[in-house]
Ligand binder design. Structure first.
Ligand SMILES: [Zn+2]
Length: 89
């Protein structure tokens, strides 16, 4: 492992994830490319680390966003990191 832990919420196999997955047809909300369903749909664990689906707050919590499903979206881990606190109302 090593390195700093990014402030990213790992997506649990939960209703939230399933619902977002269905709503977005398995596509990343930020880049529009398909999200991998699980680690084994990718050839290497390092790819999974970058492309695993993570839950992103549409409106960042730092800007008053909440944890309700309407404010959540599934995005690649890299896309989530790239976005940071950026928010376009
Ligand atoms: Zn993406």
């Amino acid at each position: 492992m090593g390195g700093r832990a990014a402030p990213i919420i790992r997506v649990p196999m939960s209703q939230v994830r399933d619902q977002l997955w269905r709503t977005q047809s398995g596509l990343c909300a930020l880049c529009g490319e398909p999200l991998p369903a699980d680690r084994f749909s990718l050839p290497h664990a390092s790819l999974w680390k970058k492309r695993q689906p993570t839950v992103d707050h549409v409106r960042p919590k730092s800007r008053g966003g909440g944890d309700e499903i309407g404010n959540l979206q599934l995005v690649h881990a890299v896309c989530n990191r790239r976005k940071g606190d950026f928010w376009r109302p």
